[in-house]
Design a protein around this ligand. Structure first.
Ligand code: GLV
Ligand code: MN
Ligand code: MN
Length: 413
């Protein structure tokens, strides 16, 4: 059967958009966004919905011991599947497409192949991985990291969220502590379709990004212990102010990016103060530093400068500072062959295409450790993501899914 681009085989745009809309109802926020933090009731509802669709499409569904779910469509031959997928969990202020798009588009590819009666040589597998966001349980990409053997299962199951809940308990509570071993089966190739979450494609008027690399990520939590005291009676020179110290770290991070220049990014996304009262010098601060760079040496330099600054700050303000590593991933170069296929297929489909770099972390970066992997990006309106306003034009959502369809067909040939 002719399944080439010229054959006219395409995804069903209306069905793709409808499934995205229905998935967004699980954990829907009043502002139009989505909150499906990993292994909450909302995440469970989203998972259940995707699993129901997998079964409707005739996929063989397997849940592994860290809660990753994969649905497989048999090929003419047995052997390692061509895999696609992403994640269903979101940050607390998430949009409708981060993660969900890649999973739903994978299902739409299967639906299109079922409708057309297409049999592939290799099996096709659509997967979603546990806790990609890292917003509840760190590190990010936790499920795919365990899948590729980068984090022992027992260690991952023992991770706690900020409230002390244990990941393994939450997995059981949600009904996703599966019995399949992690890490099996082998994967022939992995392709993840995702919204860009940045401004580049839109700014250049390009529809498809063939993602060739992804920047390194360094996350740490910084705890500062000072001394609570009266805001009106404590002379400035006698203070040990955890609130001031936290603000100094945030300020330092911005200056660091200016000094290092290039692609260095730094974000202080969390500052919690105790007791957090107007007339009390803060006793305690808990804050986070997210450092990213495409260059591993530069990222190490940024980490070293931050460490030196924290030491100096502790001395100057008379506070104690401790750090805890939450995530550390080196930059990733994706498989050139898979990225070339994506770029060629996009061109054949008549879409504009350019090479792209991912600023966000993705499950594909973990799969890249064990098989040829790359990603497809479509434009994000206004470059906005990790925000309820995250959006992508329907024609771009359909275009990305068509590129996914024909890329997977090529890889499964
Ligand atoms: C994951 O979404 C990340 O890049 O923080
Ligand atoms: Mn994502
Ligand atoms: Mn995300």
């Amino acid at each position: 059967m002719d399944t080439s681009v010229a054959s006219g085989l395409r995804v069903d745009r209306a069905r793709l958009l409808d499934r995205l809309e229905r998935l967004a109802q699980h954990g829907a926020r009043a502002d139009g966004g989505v909150c499906r933090l990993a292994l909450t009731d909302a995440d469970r509802a989203g998972r259940d919905q995707v699993v129901a669709w997998m079964r409707e499409l005739g996929l063989d569904v397997v849940v592994d011991a860290i809660g990753n779910v994969r649905g497989t469509r048999a090929g003419r031959e047995a052997g390692p599947p061509v895999m696609t997928g992403s994640h269903v969990d979101t940050v607390a202020t998430g949009g409708r497409y981060d993660g969900s798009y890649g999973v739903v588009a994978g299902l739409e590819v299967v639906a299109a192949l079922n409708d057309a009666g297409v049999e592939t040589r290799r099996p096709l597998c659509v997967a979603f991985f546990t806790g990609e966001e890292g917003a509840r349980f760190a590190p990010d990409m936790l499920g795919s990291l365990v899948y590729v053997g980068g984090l022992p299962l027992e260690e991952a199951l023992a991770v706690r969220d900020a409230g002390g809940a244990v990941l393994g308990d939450e997995l059981r509570r949600c009904g996703y502590a599966g019995d399949a071993p992690v890490g099996a089966p082998e994967v022939h190739a992995f392709v993840e379709l995702h919204v860009e979450q940045g401004p580049v494609l839109e700014a250049e008027g390009v529809t498809i990004g063939a993602v060739r690399n992804l920047q390194g990520i360094s996350w740490q939590e910084i705890a500062i212990e000072g001394q609570a005291n009266h805001a009106g009676t404590t002379p400035m020179r006698l203070r040990h102010d955890a609130g001031y110290a936290a603000a100094a770290v945030a300020h330092f991070l911005r200056g660091l990016t200016r000094r290092l220049g290039g692609d260095q990014l730094a974000t202080c996304g969390v500052i919690d103060l105790e007791p957090n009262l107007i007339n009390v010098i803060a006793q305690r601060a808990r804050l986070t530093a997210d450092l990213r760079n495409t260059d591993e040496d530069a990222l190490r330099r940024a980490e070293a400068e931050l460490a030196a600054f924290l030491e100096q700050l502790a001395r100057d303000e008379g506070v104690t500072v401790s750090t805890r590593r939450l995530a550390r991933f080196e930059p990733v170069v994706f498989d050139a062959g898979v990225a070339d296929t994506i770029a060629r297929v996009a061109g054949e489909l008549g879409h504009s295409v350019r090479d792209a770099t991912s600023g966000a972390g993705h499950d594909a970066q973990m799969l890249a450790r064990v098989c040829p992997a790359a990603m497809i990006f479509v434009p994000s309106i206004g470059g906005i993501s990790h925000n309820p306003r995250e959006d992508t034009a329907p024609e771009h959502l359909a275009a990305g899914a068509d590129v996914l369809l024909h890329t997977l067909l090529e890889l499964a040939r």
